[in-house]
Design a protein. Sequence first.
Length: 241
Amino acid sequence: MGSEESFNKKLPFTRYRAEKSSGDLTIVMYHGWGSSADVFEEKAGILSSLGYQVILPELIYHDRRANIGDHFNPQSAQRYFWKTIFRSIDEAPDLLRLLKCPPNRVVLMGSSMGGFIASGIFSSMKGLAGLIVVNGSGSFSLSESIFREKDGRNELTEGERVEFSRYNPVESPILNDAPQLLMHGDSDSIVSIKGEEDYVKITREKADNACLTFKTFPGIDHQFTEPMFHEMVYWLKNNVG
């Protein structure tokens, strides 16, 4: 079954309807910085053939939504990276209402920046069915500090720390008991694995029984590899009903 585009101008997305029943589960997949919803077309097609409905949202400052063009200009990245993440987190409740998907039938998935987004939504909404993150981070302030140290920039100001704390998963009072799958290349040179390690540590400190699987992939840089995708499919079949 092919894809269909939403004509909603405010929150456009592409929908892949499930080709067979898999419990009416919907997977919302968020792409990375400077990428596009189209990057997940092949994976969305495979998932829909396995019985999942898949949604590929178009993100602000990407695709057809005020696209800034040169995402990898350092000034553009520094200005819009976190704006994209925070805006996408804020938009999530409206997107789910538009999709008419009950949260307990929605799994959030994100790669790279999309992993930050998915983590932020998961920590701000109750009752979701699950979370899958590839080479992302659920520890926003720590990851930004690592970005800044790498770039030789100043540390976060107090005002910036306050803004980050509003969205930072490790600071959220909400703790979902839904299953989580976190995957990260241990040689990631773009998004340090330290951010996800911090998220795992703090989440497990908050709840000893947290249903969280953290898998590292030796020698893998900032890539969403085929073995990672296979791990994701296996996890979905065995952890989310």
